[in-house]
Design a protein around this ligand. Sequence first.
Ligand code: HEC
Length: 258
Amino acid sequence: MRNKKSWQLIICAAIIIIAANSCKHEPFVLDPDDMTPIDTTTVTPPDTTGSNPVDTSGNSNPCDSSLVYFDTQILPLLKSNCALSGCHDETTAEEGIILTSYEKVIQTGEVKAGDPEDSDLYERIIDSDPDKRMPPPPNVALTQDQISLIREWIAQGAKNLSCEENNSGCNLDGVSFVTDIQTVINTNCRGCHSGSAASGGVFLDNYQNIASVAQSGRLYGAVSHQAGYEPMPLGANKLPQCTIDQIDAWIKAGTPNN
Ligand code: HEC
C-alpha cells in the first residue's frame, strides 16, 4: 500500500517537472544592455516596410499623456525651484540633498518609488509647518498642480522616462496664455523669477509681469538664446522648439490673457 502511494507520488512529480520545464524551451535572446532574457514571442519584428502606420513622423518614442516624464516635467521643476545656488545645487547641497539629476534626486531626496507619502522629497513640499516647507521663503511654494505632478511621478514608480514631442504637430493657432504659456513658465522659470529675490529683477509670476517681460522682447530673446540676452532657463536645457515657437506666436498675437 505504502509503496504504491510512493510510486504514484514519484510519477506525479515527474509529470509536473516535465510540464514545468516545457516553458523553458521557448527561444530567447539576451538584450546586451541589461542581459535579461527576452521572450522572442513578445518582441515586435522591426518595421521593414518604411511606412509605420502609427507615427509617420519617424518619432519612435512619442509622449503618452497619462505618464509623467522625469526629463521634461519633473527635472525642470526641481531645477527652477530647488536646485538653486545656496540651496540644493551640487555646490551647496543643503542637508546633503542635491536635486540636479535623476540619480541624485532618487538617492539624496530619499524617493521611495510607488510611495509618495514615505518619500522625503514629497513630505517636504507638502509640510504644513512653514519653517520646514520646501522651498522656504522668500521662494514661492510650489503650485498645487506641481505638487500633484510630483506625487503622481512617485506613485507611477519614480521612473526616469523621456519622450519625444511630435514637433510636426506643433499647433501655433490660438496659443493660450493659461494652458500653453503659463504652464511652461511655472515649470521652467517661476521658481527663480518670483518672490522677493526674483533673479535679475525679472518677475514671471503672473500675467501682468509675464506680458510686460514679453513685450520688452526679453522673454523671447532669452528662451530662443538670441545674442544679447542671457540664455534661459538658466542651468537647464533649452526649451523644446515647439514651445519657443508658441511663445513667439503668443507675443505676435499681442500677448492675450486667454
Ligand atoms: C535657476 C534659476 C533660473 C531659471 C530656472 C530661469 N532663470 Fe531667467 N534669469 C536667472 C538669472 C540669475 C538671471 C539674471 C542673469 C544676469 O543678469 O546675469 C535671469 C535673467 C532672465 C531674463 C533677463 C535676460 C536678459 O538678458 O535681459 C529673462 C527674460 C529671463 N531670465 C527669463 C527666464 C525664463 C523665460 C525662464 C524659463 C524658461 C528662466 N528665465 C529660467 C535665473 C533663472
